[in-house]
Design a protein. Structure first.
Length: 322
């Protein structure tokens, strides 16, 4: 091979490749672990797939990432991840997710292969690039490449950091009943569980009631399967026939706290019921939103729950037998 076309091999290049491998490896590992844990938001994100396929997909993701990180099997791992990320891209397109989520898998794939180019001299020999033989020229090339990559990384982090620190998901429905009929269904803990969309996910969920039966201070703790996890809901504000505000705490599969509101607005012979959840997420939470549509996933549950509430209130009541 001509010296002017010989691929460059140096410890500096390998370290650049290793650094480039960190972001995709971290994100794929987190994604794989979440699939093994199967929290509710993952199940909703994979609603179009059989539930039995989620754990195997997570195992494949983790195994392929491990192969990618091991030098002797890095190319095999990159090939498997390329196919996996292609499927992820198709899933995002089919689900109608935002463009940021659609382009994330291809971007990860590009970084994975770019990492291999720096880590493995054999990969560089496959590229139609004439590598500079002069050390000063080599330094100039790699400084420019690293500067561009650093600019992209900083730009991406800056873009994510500018996203709002607070999130809010809300859904509404009109129910043919006055507020005083609907209000007890959300102000009384036991009645609120009658139409909860999450009760169907685990019929054997353990429920422990605390405090008063209704109104401010009423609370319950749930312990369920992987789909519902564990947590506590406590009513913190109750305005008759108008508003019920609760504090929602998640313990498993991950810790989080948010606020849930039920607002009632009379509209003629109907009542507009609005179910809203709001909270804050850190920088890592914002990064996770690049892979999932929180509004879409939680909104589906809200829609299902409100429809349950509407059916419960509007359905004809059985008449007592004389």
């Amino acid at each position: 091979m001509n010296d002017s076309a010989a691929p460059v091999d140096s410890p500096a290049l390998k370290w650049i490749g290793r650094l480039l491998a960190v972001p995709p490896a971290f994100m794929l590992t987190m994604s794989g672990v979440f699939k093994l844990m199967k929290p509710d938001f993952v199940l909703k994100g994979f609603a179009s797939y059989p539930a039995s396929a989620i754990v195997p997909l997570g195992a494949i993701e983790l195994l392929a990432t491990l192969l990618f990180l091991i030098p002797q099997t890095s190319v095999l791992g990159a090939v498997i991840l390329t196919g996996y990320l292609g499927g992820a891209t198709a899933t995002h397109v089919q689900a109608g997710h935002p463009w940021a989520q659609i382009f994330t898998p291809p971007a990860l794939g590009a970084v994975i292969w770019l990492s291999l180019v720096f880590r493995d001299r054999r990969m560089r020999s496959l590229l139609p690039i004439r590598w500079a033989i002069n050390p000063e020229q080599r330094t100039s090339i790699f400084v420019k490449i690293f500067a561009v990559l650093g600019f992209v990384a900083i730009g991406t982090m800056t873009y994510i950091a500018q996203w709002p620190d607070e999130y809010s998901v809300a859904r509404s429905i009109k129910i043919a009943a006055p507020p005083e009929v609907i209000f007890p269904k959300m102000n009384t803990i036991r009645q609120s569980l009658e139409w909860s969309p999450w009760m169907k996910l685990d019929p054997n969920m353990a429920i422990t009631h605390e405090g008063p039966a209704e109104g401010e201070g009423a609370s319950y703790i749930w312990v369920g399967n992987d789909q519902v996890g564990e947590g506590r809901l406590t009513i913190i504000e109750s305005r008759p026939h108008e508003l019920v505000k609760s504090k929602l705490e998640f313990f498993k599969p991950m810790e989080d706290t948010c606020v849930v509101d039920f607002a009632l607005q009379p509209e003629g012979n109907e009542t507009l019921v609005t179910w809203k959840m709001s909270g804050r997420y850190p920088f890592m939470g914002k990064m996770m939103c690049m892979f999932m549509d929180m509004d879409g996933m939680i909104g589906k549950d809200f829609d299902a729950g409100l429809q349950n509430l509407k059916s419960l209130i509007e359905s004809p009541k059985p008449q007592p037998v004389p």
